[in-house]
Design a protein around this ligand. Structure first.
Ligand SMILES: [Zn+2]
Length: 462
């Protein structure tokens, strides 16, 4: 099952075009901190490596110098600016969660270094579960953004400014470790790659820092989240691991602010934050009750630990610590892990076929299917059905013929269904299991004489 946000794309492009034109009109460099041209957006940052997060408001976009224009006038020779390349492509974009990585602060001569950094960042992120097991549901693309200068603004000190393609800078909102970027410029590059669901901006720096923008679809962008992080600081990779979890797993922050006191509102929509204590959760069979008492990969047991969603009192999180609380641990807790897996399947299909579904095929036509390559925690099973009845001996086959599956030549209509179901023990909620189940069905010709050729699947399925 998946939902691509095709409808939002045209809006986002239009918005970017309008804002882009407005910015082009203001030629001179603008101090991002003084810019009030666009609405603010909430970003999250991590003031110290391994620490807890914080949130603040920053401008979405601002009038930094147009690096591409500066570069074109200075060096008219061809560059790779805007070039898209596959970094880890596992299937059709219609069937995958598409991640786009863009570099900032890399000159035309430094694009190889960007590609090396992008691969290293993706390796860091996908070393962590459940990204590790489910990376087969994701595609990763790089887009070259050529900057006029090497490195980004605010590195090593606040007074250093650089002209870069995406306007990234440390010291955003007077906060040293907060790297902001011009989201309109990010969007202009991201739209060159296929159907970006998530965007990661790798800033050319050894200094620890980064940020997570979320809720961007509400502002008209075709993607919901942008993570920024520095290229040559391994600890900054954890920032993207945490930020992507907000977008994909719809997870809450499990850290708190000292001054926030007691939460008096209603239940949280996020799967890893609740107003319920363990006893009430178990009684009402809600939230993460299926995991209560289990040994958790973060250490300790799943329970209800007070303090979550910024409020130290009146709110509960599943475990003492997790990647959603602080970046000093590289594990999600069990409820978080299940939510991440649900998110991967919401955005991706594990099953595809070149034989179009919804068409009628012959009894002796061969159906071939492709299942995403999932490992580790994942336990995908391939099951075949004739008229809704499971054909157990066909389990695991990636090619089958209706007649061999048992479709009789009796002049009646029949159906063949293939199903990929993830039997992982990391899923306990039946709704998530249903999300992790993909099915394709074909009608098999009623007449034994009719023998239609399989029709190739036309275009994207939405
Ligand atoms: Zn967060």
């Amino acid at each position: 099952m998946h939902t691509k946000r095709t409808a939002a794309i045209s809006t986002g492009v239009a918005l970017a075009a309008v804002l882009g034109a407005a910015l082009a009109a203001s030629a001179a460099a603008v101090d991002p901190e003084e810019s009030t041209q666009t609405p603010n957006v909430s970003v999250e940052y991590f003031p110290e490596p391994g620490g807890e997060g914080r949130r603040t408001e920053v401008p979405l976009s601002y009038g930094t110098p147009d690096a591409s224009a500066a570069l074109r006038s200075a060096a008219p020779a061809a560059t790779t600016d805007g070039e898209v390349a596959p970094l880890a492509v596992t299937g059709s974009s219609d069937d995958r969660l598409d991640v786009v990585i863009i570099g900032d602060g890399y000159t035309a001569d430094e694009q190889d270094a960007f590609h090396t950094a992008a691969a290293a960042k993706w390796a860091d992120i996908t070393a962590i579960e459940p990204y590790a097991s489910y990376k087969g549901l994701m595609n990763v693309w790089t887009v070259d953004a050529v900057s006029a200068e090497s490195g980004i603004t605010g590195d090593p000190t606040a007074d250093v400014t650089r002209n870069t393609a995406l306007g990234s800078y440390f010291w955003c909102s007077q906060t040293e470790r907060l790297i902001c970027a011009d989201i309109d410029k990010v969007a202009a590059y991201a739209e060159k790659a296929p159907d970006a669901d998530l965007v990661v901006v790798v800033s050319h720096s050894t200094k620890y820092g980064g940020a997570g923008y979320s809720g961007l679809e509400e502002s008209g962008y075709p993607f919901d989240g942008v993570s920024t992080l520095s290229s040559d600081n391994a600890q900054s990779s954890m920032i993207a691991t945490h930020e992507i979890a907000h977008s994909v797993g719809l997870l809450a922050d499990e850290y708190t602010y000292e001054g926030y006191g007691t939460w008096t509102g209603g239940e949280f929509t996020e799967p890893n934050s609740s107003i319920l204590t363990a006893a009430r959760m178990a009684n009402s069979r809600s939230k993460w009750y299926r995991w209560l008492g289990e040994n958790d990969p973060t250490g300790g047991t799943v329970g209800t630990y007070e303090g979550s969603s910024y409020y130290p009192f009146g709110t509960y999180r599943p475990t003492q610590n997790s990647i959603m609380r602080a970046l000093n641990i590289n594990e999600f807790n069990l409820p978080g892990r299940e939510a991440m897996i649900a998110g991967f399947y919401r955005e991706a299909n594990a099953l595809s076929s070149d034989v179009a579904t919804g068409t009628t095929i012959g009894r002796k036509d061969r159906i071939t299917v492709t299942q995403a390559a999932l490992t580790g925690l994942a336990a995908p099973q391939l099951r075949w059905y004739v008229d809704g009845v499971r054909v157990k001996r066909a389990q695991g086959l990636t090619a089958a013929v209706p007649a061999t599956l048992g479709v009789p030549a009796d002049g009646r209509k029949h159906t063949v269904t293939v199903e990929s179901v993830d039997t992982t023990t990391s899923i306990r909620d039946p709704k998530v299991r249903a999300e992790a189940t993909d099915r394709l069905t074909w009608n098999v010709s009623a007449s034994p004489a009719a023998h239609q050729k399989p029709v190739p699947r036309p275009g994207p399925r939405h």
